[in-house]
Structure formats: structure tokens, C-alpha cells
Design a binder for this molecule. Structure first.
Ligand code: FAD
Length: 537
């Protein structure tokens, strides 16, 4: 029996303290925090974990320097501290990175002024990161010759942080840690509505893979459905103080444009900040910010052209980037919080990116609105406080539910890795050592992988050629990572689908063997489904 089958069977057994609807970042941290503190938790998502908004972000953990302009100082301060806390708690997953912002002549603020803003930003973050630096046009030419400085007035460099792997892997790691602490999490299970009977929520759910109905009973219901929070509240008749509006953002992934490991920041023609972000051997460019009415969006020809025009204007390419250079695209909506009345009057670009948690104490119902990956630890902690106030027992109230294992575990892992010369297996295409990559992706489970490789060195072979992923990682994914569709593995547990073109994935030697490991006799069907569902861009 697979992990998913076994968890589905448990969904309708007994009474959960909390059922969480939605396995994006908000649902995942709520699950990790509550199960870490001892609550009996179930989590369902109608798609894959992180299968909607939380797989479309810019992969940044940041204080939001741009919100200084809208005078949102408390938000910037809070996000800077959250960013610092993530860097400290996840030293191998969340890393400080430099942003070099290039400012056009005649821009609404001169570079010197923005550099002073960079210092304020740095102070808001308690001086935790490297200090900001002012750049002359000459200094920009010297350190980043790819930047077209024809119309540049100057620039400045400051720090924020990025998720080394991928937003969706980051989210999954919270789901995994929740499961390790007893949470029953299942992907591809949809809530079709819930009713309150006495002191209990009864949620009608459906396994979207085989259509089977499941009934889940819980004392508390947490609606963490991201852009669908309002929709789900309509199903349960919940009235809330806050609601969502949507802002669409896209990213294009292209071959790496500069060797430096820093983010290049520009103000696009519409005045918004946009970024050129390193993504291993690729570069991710974005994002846009367009108001939309529906959470279901796609990259339009206009979006694509906007990003390409802006980047071609600001970087010196031998040949301008075109649609043919785009390896993959990302597109999602930011669920932004507005009050039921009055919120919409605020300037669109300046709508706050903070989160709000609406609580209906009498019905034991919680709705999480907005939020960011950056602020995820606070969301988890706030949810625990609310649940405790509802008199749900949290026997391990002070348990620290987040963060990488103690440094001594990592030292032990690195020691063992050195003894077996693990890094000699690093693939020639990889830009980092195998020992650091395995630790970041699996932390203590990486020790299990070492044992497997010691027993059978073939397990350290790259299975899908043109990627970094080893045979033993795919075995582990099958057992522990609830892969239902090939996309779950290629796009979310790994980032293969973001950095390798669809055609190259299809041709990659080893892909079918990986499918056989993941799906047994359904391998061919899952392979066909993937390439049929998502044709080449
Ligand atoms: C372009 C873009 C760039 C961004 N960049 C950053 C960034 O760099 N840094 C940062 O911190 N934040 C960033 N964000 C914001 C951040 O990504 C989002 O705020 C966050 O991912 C939202 O998470 P969520 O859990 O609320 O929603 P989601 O990730 O959408 O999760 C909600 C889940 O609920 C599930 N669901 C819905 N209805 C049901 C139902 N009836 N039954 C079961 N499941 C259901 C969905 O399938 C979905 O998986 C960005 C967002 C966008 C769009």
C-alpha cells in the first residue's frame, strides 16, 4: 500500500482536532506547527501540495524593499525579521543573496536616494545582512558587463534572501515534517463543502483521482485554500472581515544570462521592480503585476513580450532573447487581502501584501488570507495560538516545529559523506557538490541515502540524464513524497520541468525507468498523461 492510500484510509477514522483545507505554504506551515505541538491534524489539497500559487512565486524570502515607497514600514520591518529568521533557521535552504539595482537616468528617485533607502531597509532588518553599496555607472559596467548602462544613472546593491531549491519543494518539506509528526496529509483530495454539527465539523471530500467520497470529522476547520478561500467560505456559509483580490505575476526561465550569483533588479517600463534571478544553470526573469478577476490565469503573448522587451532593453545580449529561448514559464495570482469594505480604494500596486487570519470562535473556523512564503513561520505560530485559545490541547506547546536539524546532525552527515567520498559521485553537470545538495533536499533523511549508496553504489547514479537526480532519490520520492502524477515529481518535488525543456525531458534516457520506479505498472500511462496534459511551450 502506498503512503497516499494508507493516509486516505485514515481520513475518515475518528475525530481530528483540526482539518486543514489547502496544502500551499499557509496550510503546510499550519500542519507542521500544529502537529509538531501535538494536535491531531489532517490536511487535504485538491491538487498536489503547493500545486497552485505556492509553485509560482519568485522564490524570494524578502522584506519587501518596494513597500518602503508605500510607507508600509511595519510590514517591511516584520518581513525583514521573518526573512532573517528563515535564513537562520534554514541555513542550507534559504540563503542571503545580493540584489544589484540599476537605476535609469530620470527615474522618479535618483540612485543616491535609493541607496539611502537601502540603508533604512538594512536597519529595518537589524543590520543582519551585508551592508548596502552605492554603484557608479562605471562600477556596474565592471562588475556586471551584461547590464546595458547607456541610460543608467547609477545603482546600489543590497541583500535579501532566496530559496535555494524551489518554492514548492520548500512547502513540501513542511508537509513532510507534519507527516513525520503524525499529520495525515493527502494530495488530490478536494473539499466539496463542510457543515457544523454540534461541536464537530463534517467535511465532505472527494478523492479526485478515483472519485470516491470521504467524510472527515474535526473539531476545527482551517480554510487555507489560498485564492479559493472566499469560494470555500461560501460553501460553508462563513462570513469574514477580509476577502481576496488577485494580482497576476509571470516569470520566464531562460538559459543563464550571467555567471554571477546575484539578482539583477531593474525598474520596468511600468515603474515596477523586476528581477533577473539565478536558478542553477538557468535564469528566471519576472515578474509582472496585473489585476485579474479569476485565479486561473496563463501567460499571454503580451505578458511574454513585456518581460522580453524589458530585459532586452536592459541587458546586452549578442542576440536579443526571444520566445524560442524560453525553457519554461511560471504564472500565478497573488491572493491579496482587502477588507470587505473600503479596501479596494487603495492604489492597486500598493495593496498590502500582509496576511490576515479571520477567526470564528463560536464555530471553530479559521480563514487564512494573503501571506507570503517569507512570513510562513509567523503564520504557523499564529495559527497555534488561535487553536490553543479554542481549548484544543497542544501537549507540546513549546516545541520548535520549524528549522533544520541541529548542526551536530549535519556534521555527522558530512563526516559520513566524506568517509565514503560521496562528492566523487557529483554529476559533471551539477553546479554544487552532491553532499550539500542531498542535505538541503532531505536533511536527516540524507543519512538514509548514504546507507543505501554504501550498500549499492549504483543508487548514486544519475537516473534521468541531463538532471542531477539519483536513482536512490527517486526511490525515496516514491516511498515518502506522495507522487501521484509525473508533474508532481518533475515540477514540484524537483525542479526538472523548470530547468530542462519539455522536449529534452521527453527524450531523456532514464525517464521511463524513473516512471517505473515511481508508478510501477502505470509508468507508461503516467508518462503519456504528462506529455499529453502539458504540451511543449
Ligand atoms: C508571481 C508571484 C510571485 C511571488 N513571489 C513571492 C516571493 O518571492 N516571496 C514570497 O514570500 N511570496 C511570493 N509570492 C506570494 C506567495 O507565493 C503566495 O502568497 C503564497 O504562495 C500563497 O500560499 P497559499 O497557501 O495561501 O495559497 P496556495 O499556494 O494557492 O495554496 C492553496 C491550496 O488550496 C488548495 N485548495 C483550494 N480549494 C480547495 C478545496 N476545495 N479542497 C482542497 N484543496 C483546495 C489549492 O489546490 C492550493 O494548493 C508570490 C506570488 C506570486 C503569484
Amino acid at each position: 500500500m502506498t503512503l497516499r492510500e494508507s493516509n486516505i484510509q485514515k481520513l475518515d477514522q475518528g475525530l481530528y482536532d483540526v482539518l486543514i483545507i489547502g496544502g500551499g505554504i499557509n496550510g503546510a506551515v499550519a500542519a507542521a506547527a500544529l502537529s509538531g505541538k501535538g494536535a491531531r491534524v489532517a490536511l487535504i489539497d485538491q491538487r498536489d501540495f503547493a500545486g497552485f500559487t505556492s509553485q509560482q512565486s519568485s522564490n524570494l524570502a524578502w522584506g519587501g524593499i518596494k513597500y518602503l515607497e508605500s510607507l508600509d514600514y511595519p510590514l517591511v520591518r516584520k518581513l525583514c525579521l521573518s526573512r532573517n529568521h528563515l535564513i537562520e533557521s534554514y541555513p542550507s535552504r534559504v540563503k542571503e543573496i545580493r540584489f544589484l539595482a540599476t537605476i535609469d537616468k530620470g527615474f522618479r528617485w535618483p540612485a543616491l536616494f535609493l541607496w539611502i533607502g537601502g540603508w533604512i531597509y538594512w536597519l529595518f532588518g537589524n543590520g543582519f545582512t551585508k551592508i548596502p553599496r552605492l554603484f557608479s555607472k562605471r562600477a556596474i559596467n565592471k562588475s556586471e558587463p551584461i547590464i546595458n548602462t547607456e541610460n543608467t544613472g547609477g545603482g546600489f546593491e543590497y541583500s535579501d534572501a532566496y530559496l535555494h531549491d524551489n518554492d514548492s519543494r520548500f512547502v513540501f518539506q513542511f508537509v513532510r515534517s507534519a507527516m513525520d509528526r503524525g499529520c495525515i496529509a493527502v494530495n488530490y483530495v478536494k473539499s466539496v463543502g463542510a457543515r457544523r454539527e454540534g461541536d464537530v465539523w463534517i467535511t465532505q471530500a472527494q478523492d479526485v483521482i478515483n472519485g470516491k467520497a470521504v467524510e472527515i470529522r474535526s473539531k476545527v476547520l482551517i480554510n487555507a485554500a489560498g485564492p479559493f478561500v472566499d469560494e470555500h467560505n461560501q460553501l460553508t456559509g462563513e462570513k469574514t472581515e477580509h476577502h481576496h483580490v488577485f494580482s497576476k505575476g509571470i516569470h520566464l526561465i531562460v538559459p543563464r544570462v550571467t555567471a554571477s550569483q546575484r539578482i539583477l533588479a531593474f525598474f520596468a517600463d511600468d515603474g515596477r521592480l523586476f528581477f533577473v534571478i539565478p536558478m542553477g544553470a538557468r535564469t528566471c526573469i519576472g515578474t509582472t503585476d496585473t489585476r485579474v478577476d479569476s485565479p486561473f490565469t496563463e501567460v499571454t503573448e503580451d505578458d511574454r513580450q513585456f518581460v522580453l522587451d524589458n530585459i532586452n532593453k536592459r541587458l546586452n545580449f549578442k542576440q536579443a532573447l526571444t520566445r524560442a529561448d524560453v525553457i519554461a514559464e511560471r504564472c500565478g495570482v497573488r491572493p491579496l487581502v482587502v477588507k470587505a469594505q473600503g479596501g479596494k480604494s487603495r492604489d492597486w500596486m500598493q495593496l498590502s501584501r500582509k496576511h490576515e487570519i479571520d477567526v470564528n470562535q463560536s464555530k471553530a473556523h479559521i480563514s487564512i488570507f494573503g501571506g507570503k512564503l517569507t512570513d510562513c513561520v509567523n503564520v504557523g505560530n499564529e495559527v497555534c495560538d488561535i487553536i490553543a485559545a479554542m481549548n484544543i490541547a497542544l501537549p507540546h506547546r513549546h516545541y520548535k516545529w520549524y528549522g533544520e536539524p541541529h548542526p551536530s546532525v549535519r556534521e555527522e552527515y558530512l563526516h559520513q559523506a566524506r568517509l565514503m567520498n560521496l562528492d566523487s559521485y557529483t554529476s559533471s553537470a551539477s553546479i554544487e557538490s552532491l553532499s550539500s545538495r542531498l542535505w538541503r533536499r532531505y536533511d536527516q533523511q540524507a543519512l538514509e541515502l548514504l546507507a543505501i549508496i554504501r550498500e549499492d553504489p549504483r543508487q548514486a547514479e544519475v537516473l534521468i540524464k541531463g538532471t542531477d537526480y539519483l536513482r536512490c532519490e527517486i526511490q525515496l520520492a516514491k516511498r515518502q513524497e506522495m507522487i501521484v502524477k509525473l508533474d508532481d515529481f518533475l515540477r514540484r518535488r524537483s525542479k526538472i520541468a523548470l530547468v530542462v525543456s519539455r522536449e529534452n525531458i521527453k527524450q531523456a534516457p532514464g525517464l521511463m525507468e524513473a516512471c517505473e520506479i515511481l508508478f510501477d505498472e502505470q509508468a507508461q500511462q503516467k508518462f503519456d498523461e504528462y506529455f499529453l496534459d502539458s504540451p511543449a511551450t
